[in-house]
Design a binder for this molecule. Structure first.
Ligand code: ZN
Length: 201
């Protein structure tokens, strides 16, 4: 009898230790990914393209990219992420737009969707994609602090690369701002998610 109680207690402690880290460390779209990977850390760089409406965000966008590219030195978790800016749309796999898409009352900061090379919208839960399109909703996006603008671009970049909302973790860049995100760039959970999705870059 005593042995059983001890075992039950041990199991309970084990579960407590395991659940918080296993549940919600990162979220994916059923492990679907960006075709061709995220750059192989400089070996096979990927490219992003900034459309005219978003070209004024000269710190939020490059800072978000730089922080994703440098998780190794910044937080000690190296990932294959290596994005560079291009002026060639056809070379890009991450398109960044900005306009008043949804109005200020919508509360929508940005929206990201995934596409085939032929220009068809992808259900990211059932197949991989060729490129992602980020649309920053200017009236809400511009109401944010500099810190949260950068965090929001970094969050949308995460969607392009295959990370889903991580709303139970305010310390993840994939937590929505409305759910209490406290960071403005990728953290360990986010980087671990990328390494899970792209074990070969
Ligand atoms: Zn999101």
């Amino acid at each position: 009898m005593k042995k059983n109680v001890y075992l039950a207690l041990l199991l309970a402690i084990t579960c407590v230790l395991y659940l918080p880290s296993a549940a919600g460390a990162y979220v994916t779209f059923n492990d679907h990914v960006l075709n061709g990977g995220v750059g192989s850390w400089g070996v096979a760089d990927r490219y992003y393209y900034v459309f005219e409406g978003a070209q004024g965000y000269t710190s939020a966008i490059p800072n978000a990219v730089t922080d994703w590219n440098n998780t190794g030195t910044r937080i000690g978790v190296t990932t294959p992420v290596s994005f560079l800016k291009t002026t060639s749309q056809s070379a890009s796999v991450m398109f960044i737009h900005a306009a008043n898409y949804f109005g200020s009352g919508s509360g929508i900061i940005a929206e990201t969707d995934q596409w085939t090379s032929g220009g068809a919208l992808v259900d990211q839960y059932s197949s991989n994609w060729h490129h992602g399109r980020i649309r920053l909703n200017t009236p809400v996006f511009e109401s944010l602090s500099t810190y949260n603008r950068e965090g929001s671009v970094a969050h949308e970049m995460g969607h392009v690369m295959g990370l889903g909302e991580n709303n139970s973790k305010p310390g993840s860049v994939m937590c929505q701002l409305g759910s209490g995100r406290t960071v403005n760039n990728a953290q360990k959970d986010d980087a671990n998610g990328i390494n899970h999705l792209y074990p070969n870059g």
